[in-house]
Design a binder for this molecule. Structure first.
Ligand code: PMP
Ligand code: GLN
Length: 400
């Protein structure tokens, strides 16, 4: 690539030279979520692809944000976030997971989890550092590592009768002197699997005595089913001491479009995090922070979330039992993966397109969550939908 940016003779060639930007992310196209949502709307398909609820949030939350606007909370908040919100987040974490973060120095409000993940990576990963990524992996992880100049080291989950599992022996084998970070995600998108206490122990054994950081994506922390508990890494003091814990109000409060979340990390890590955060976005919009701070005083909305989504999961699973899809376990998140190999031998991407265009139900190919091509005959459905939406999708899927 020619990086000489002197303007050559003639306006036309100057324009063409200026367009020759050396891509920071040459392998990246439009995200699969956008691609499938666009196709779903073109084909008037029921959109069970991109993960977002098709129902509204609690009006009390909208009122709380509206009140904050009316009460004049409309100028810049402090850089790490509105103190009342940071206090509410710290209090919630302490109550549920028993870890006490200092809201002044250890909690930072972010513009959604995506920014929190990118900022954590940018502040911690230097060019040449390796970051272990467990695949299938949420699509922002690898590009974020690459933007920091890091090297993603993928390790693939295994798929057996118990669904997807993390092969900790392979993670241990992937650790090298250059490993700076291990990224984990539980409850897991797209597989719906959740880490168990034994997984946390295995992770601890791997990082003990090393300088490896943990970046723990816990955006679905309040969606764990069948009475199981969410194994936040911050429950464990040893892991909490080396972890960035990321969450998103978009998932918890049915407001994915608000793009607000937070990152909890020990003071030394948070200090570096905030250095990047303040020159990346500086801070997150004020009235939404005040509104959520007030709304969080009542824990019921997030404490009731597992039952709320478990009912939808069960309704959707019960309906799918009448189809030719093979259902994979769904222990957390609002996603369900299905094996379609009894129905079609198309690639996952082609099957998702066919399902959207011909059957009228959009899904996400799980292959989109891998760096190198991998076909397992599995697609992901999102069941964060009104019951009638799920019923409509089930009627269509039953015809296959
Ligand atoms: N991580 C995972 C695993 C996700 O599924 C999502 C989904 N949207 C995000 C991060 C990003 O969250 P946000 O919209 O708050 O940026
Ligand atoms: N997290 C959502 C999903 O997995 C989508 C987020 C996005 O569109 N980038 O479907």
């Amino acid at each position: 690539m020619n990086r000489d940016l002197r303007i050559p003779d003639g306006a036309a060639s100057a324009d063409s030279r200026l367009m020759q930007l050396q891509s920071r992310l040459p392998k990246v196209g439009t995200t699969i979520f956008t691609v499938m949502s666009t196709l779903a709307s073109e084909k008037s398909a029921v959109n069970l692809g991109q993960g977002f609820p098709d129902f509204n949030c609690d009006p009390a939350l909208v009122d709380a944000v509206g009140d904050a606007m009316k009460n004049g909370f409309n100028q810049y908040p402090p850089m790490p976030g509105v103190p009342a919100l940071r206090q509410a987040i710290a209090a919630k974490i302490d109550k549920i997971y028993g870890h006490s973060y200092d809201p002044a120095t250890e909690i930072t409000v972010t513009a959604g989890a995506t920014q929190g993940l990118l900022t954590a990576i940018m502040c911690a990963v230097h060019p040449g550092d390796e970051v272990i990524v467990i695949e299938p992996a949420y699509d922002s992880y690898v590009p974020s590592i690459e933007l920091a100049g890091g090297k993603p080291v993928p390790v693939q989950m295994t798929l057996g009768a118990d669904g997807y599992q993390v092969p900790w022996d392979r993670i241990a084998a992937a650790v090298s002197p250059r490993t700076r970070m291990i990224m984990i995600n539980s409850p897991h998108n797209p597989t719906g699997s959740v880490l168990k206490p034994a997984d946390i122990e295995a992770l601890k054994d791997i990082v003990r005595g090393t300088e490896i950081l943990i970046l723990s994506d816990e955006v679905y922390e309040h969606m764990v089913f069948d009475g199981a508990r969410h194994e936040s890494v911050c429950r464990d003091p040893e892991l909490a001491a080396r972890a960035f814990v990321v969450s998103s109000f978009g998932k918890t409060y049915h407001v994915t479009g608000w793009k607000i979340g937070y990152v909890a990390a020990p003071a030394m890590l948070s200090a570096e995090f905030r250095k990047v955060h303040q020159y990346n976005i500086f801070t997150v919009n004020t009235p939404v922070q005040h509104g959520i701070a007030q709304y969080m005083q009542n824990p019921a909305p997030y404490l009731e979330l597992p039952a709320f989504y478990q009912r939808k999961r069960d309704l959707f699973r019960a309906g799918l039992k009448h189809t030719r899809f093979k259902l994979l376990p769904a222990d957390g998140t609002y996603f369900l993966c299905v094996d379609y190999s009894a129905i079609s031998s198309l690639s996952e991407a082609d099957f998702a397109i066919w399902l959207t265009a011909e059957i009228g139900v959009a899904a996400i190919p799980v292959s989109a969550f891998y760096q190198s091509p991998r076909e397992s005959g599995i697609v992901r459905f999102c069941f964060a939908k009104q019951d009638q939406t799920l019923q409509q999708a089930l009627q269509r899927l039953a015809k296959i």
